[in-house]
Design a protein around this ligand. Sequence first.
Ligand code: SF4
Length: 492
Amino acid sequence: MTTFLGMPVTAPRGVGHLRGDQTFPRAARDALQNSQLRRNLRHATTTIRGKSGRVIAELPDWQSLRDAGSGIKADVMSRLPELLVRLEERVVAAGGVVHWAADANEANAIVTELVKATGSERVIKVKSMATQEIGLNEALEAAGITPVETDLAELIVQLGDDKPSHILVPAIHRNRSEIREIFLRAMPGVDPALTDDPPVLAAAARRYLRETFLSTRVAVSGANFAIAETGTLGVVESEGNGRMCLTLPDTLITVMGIEKVLPTWRDLEVFLQLLPRASTGERMNPYTTMWTGVTPGDGPQNFHLVLLDNGRSAVLADTVGRSALHCIRCSACLNVCPVYERTGGHSYGSVYPGPIGAVLSPQLTGVADNASLPFASSLCGACFDACPVKIDIPSLLVHLRDKAPHPVAERAAMAAAARIMDRPRWYASAQRAAKMARIAGRRGRGLPPPLSGWTAGRDLPEFPQQTFRDWWAQRPAVPPAGEPSSGSEEGR
Ligand code: SF4
């Protein structure tokens, strides 16, 4: 007997953080007014780019590693169901419990019930894009459970009642004096004499978090990788807060997007070389924590793995678009993107900003719900060059632009253009009419309504004084082959 599961569906509305309140152009226009934001972004992205470029240059086989990473991910996508079932079998065999969540609502309900069952009213959290995507913190708070972010940047965002604006450095839009103000305002027990010296700020966060680590019995994490052959989960991080969350509590709940699975341990070798160099510009992650089910007397004694779909099966169904699922969330594409560097992450309206957000969010939600994002790019190609798993983001952007709903006027104009270009006489007449457009919409002013939308984001090119057809008709007659021309031999 077979079970019909239905068509893959996109992430539901009204929950999580994949959709913004405004279109990208409107949000970006506001962000561009903030010169402090642009200074912070330029400084941070330039620093990370430089560091990353230096350590990547040390590896003579970097391009081969990129090819290997890309190949492994393509293989995973081609047999994802089989690998997930194997992962489930191994996790269960090692003493864990696996839950399948079709969307954000299901995942939030599963985690909330699991935490409630422990009797704990607080959870500590390892930085996790998947839990931000589904709005887990809001769901926990609604159930009377306090989530505490333990990654320093996530903590800054949480205490500041803010939103993350970068995958790896969620508080990249804040400078140290802004962080000092947030700590003074919202961090319990903070020293009123706090300065904005980075080590002093880090020490304040450490003091606040240490007590929380030692007194909280439940942790929630994401996962960078899961190894199907053994049921092993992995988190890589730089601060050690993840290690505390993954080892100290009695109960560990991991929420992982289904695309994070890898077939074997051997595959992990490739990604542990690619990820740190492309993301933080480190040769190796300071903390790499791997765990397999539960081990009596060592670490959490209850382990739950929540496998999250939330639109991923719909992405997988698009044989072109699915390569967005290869992403390992290194954020290298953000750090090289000229659009991201000027607008910042909030303009994208989703927890996934920058070039990867522009191709992933519209696919998870359905293109209609994030229709402006595939256009948030100059198509310069820097993201493709930087991506450690060789995701061809520019091609994906073009693919999604084609799928985005286009205004009626634009569709009508394109259909009319196609008909005209198919008929030489009509085309000649249209060229003559275009000269009128030079008068109606001079360069720098754009076209008049209803065509003004087309030139709102583009320069209107200057039409030439003479068309090619006119020039061709007026050119001097060419003598028949074999007859000498009147021109000089020189210069031939
Ligand atoms: S698309 Fe590539 S460069 Fe961008 S975050 Fe994902 S893996 Fe990194």
